[in-house]
Structure formats: structure tokens, C-alpha cells
Design a protein around this ligand. Structure first.
Ligand code: PGA
Length: 257
């Protein structure tokens, strides 16, 4: 199965009108060259509409970093409904990022509810899974990933993965500069795909699995070379146009090799 590479920039809590406009202008100048890659930017929610407007005449797509798990509007102060994200032009939404899990108490179940809410709003969820350093060291990487994945399969069904993206983000690699080796990443991606293939081989084969965690311009090509690595979820390096574009170029080259 030929899976289209996807590179998504997770800006996290960074940005301003000025910085966003400069970054998007630089990305737009080159984005058309990477026609084999789907490129997504995920700015903070307050900037989605303005960034979306700037992306309008480009192949770049808009994504959000989080959404509320409700399916309908209501009294949830400070929260954002999936339908609102769709209305301002989002196509993707990150779900279950480890920062949401660790800093805001997001459980596997809540992640599964958000995954369902995203799809109900016709958004494509980018579901993040990953183990902590302690879990890797004590040999529980696979059981942790199974648990995180299982919560979503149980709540939403395997068919829901036909319209989703999975991101393997080892917590110990996020923002630390310690990326997983290409072999470590490929091994986990193959494991995740095989877990899904036990339920549905066709869906597993077509699912894009991104790697995230200190992806940089100089390590992206090796990481993307893994047979089961279909692109990246990029944090820090997504804030600099040259770095993000170099990562997109690495994906473009991998997709041709
Ligand atoms: P990083 O973040 O690239 O800065 O490590 C990745 C992420 O959290 O999605």
C-alpha cells in the first residue's frame, strides 16, 4: 500500500499574528514543491481562523491541537467543539497528545471520546500514543501502547481508523532533543500496525503512522526511511520555516524512493 506522507506542525502554545504570518508566507513559497506530502499546520486555537485565511490559496492544510469531547454545544466554559474547528476550516485535530495526558489529566478514555467527537465533526483525528522513559526502561512500551490504542478501538471500533492518523510519540523524545533511533521508531510503528492488523489488515495497511519527538531537519530522512513511518508530527522544528520545509523535503524524497 502506498501511503501518502504527512508532515504536521504542532505549534503548541507559540505564535503571534506577526510570527504566524511570516512563517506561513515562507511555507507557502515552497509548499507546492512537495506535492507527494500532505502538510498540516496546527496553530493555537485563537489563531486558527487567521492562519486558515492565509492558507486559503495554498496546498497547506489546517489542524487544531485539541477539541472538547462533546458532540453538541453547551455549557463547557473555555472549551471548543469539533464542529467549530471544522467551521473555521480545520481538517485535522490532534488527540491525546502526551502533554494533554501528563499536564491536564487526559485519560485514555477521554482521548477515545475526543477521537469520536473529531470524527463526528468530520475532522481527521491524529491520535498520539507513546511511552514514558520509565515505561521504556521497565519493558512495558508495548503494553502501554496497546492500552492506549485499545481504549480507542473499544470506544470507536476498528473501522474508525480508516479515517484517522496515528502518531507514535515517545514521551522521552518530545522536546528533549533525544529522538528515537530510526530502528526504534520503525520497530514500534511495525508493532502498532500489526496490532491493528489483527482487527483489520486492510485498515492497518492504509493507516498513516507518524513519528513525533525531536524530529529535526538533520534526522528526518533517516526516520522517514522506516517502512512503517509515514511522516512526522513536528513540535519545535515546526516553528522555523527553513527547518519545517527541510523536514517536508525529507518526506518528499522518502516517498519517491
Ligand atoms: P518536538 O515535539 O518535535 O518539539 O519534540 C513533538 C510533539 O510534541 O508533537
Amino acid at each position: 500500500m502506498q501511503r501518502r506522507y504527512l508532515v504536521a506542525g504542532n505549534w503548541k502554545m507559540n505564535g503571534s499574528y506577526g510570527a504566524n504570518a511570516a512563517l506561513i508566507a515562507s511555507l507557502k513559497q515552497r509548499a507546492g514543491e512537495y506535492d507527494a506530502v500532505e502538510i498540516v499546520v496546527c496553530p493555537p486555537a485563537v489563531y486558527l481562523e487567521s492562519v486558515g485565511r492565509e492558507l486559503a490559496d495554498s496546498p497547506l492544510l489546517l489542524g487544531a491541537q485539541d477539541l472538547n469531547e462533546q458532540a453538541t454545544p453547551g455549557a463547557f466554559t473555555g472549551e471548543i467543539l469539533g464542529a467549530m474547528l471544522a467551521e473555521v476550516g480545520c481538517r485535522y485535530v490532534i488527540v491525546g497528545h502526551s502533554e494533554r495526558r501528563a499536564l491536564y489529566g487526559e485519560t485514555d478514555l477521554r482521548g477515545a471520546e475526543k477521537f469520536a467527537a473529531a470524527q463526528a465533526a468530520r475532522l481527521i483525528p491524529i491520535l498520539c500514543v507513546g511511552e514514558t522513559l520509565e515505561e521504556r526502561k521497565n519493558g512495558s512500551t508495548e503494553s502501554v501502547l496497546q492500552r492506549q490504542l485499545e481504549a480507542v478501538i473499544e470506544a470507536c471500533g476498528i473501522a474508525a481508523f480508516a479515517n484517522a492518523v496515528l502518531a507514535y510519540e515517545p514521551v522521552w523524545a518530545i522536546g528533549t532533543g533525544h529522538t528515537a533511533s530510526p530502528e526504534q521508531a520503525q520497530a514500534v510503528h511495525a508493532f502498532l500496525r500489526s496490532e491493528l492488523a489483527k482487527r483489520d489488515a486492510i485498515i492497518a495497511d492504509s493507516l498513516r503512522i507518524l513519528y513525533g519527538g525531536s524530529v529535526k531537519a538533520d534526522n528526518a530522512a533517516q526516520l522517514f526511511a522506516g517502512a512503517d513511518v509515514d511522516g512526522g508530527l513536528i513540535g519545535g522544528a515546526a516553528l522555523k520555516a527553513a527547518d519545517f520545509l527541510a523536514i517536508c523535503l525529507a518526506a518528499q524524497k522518502s516517498s519517491r524512493s
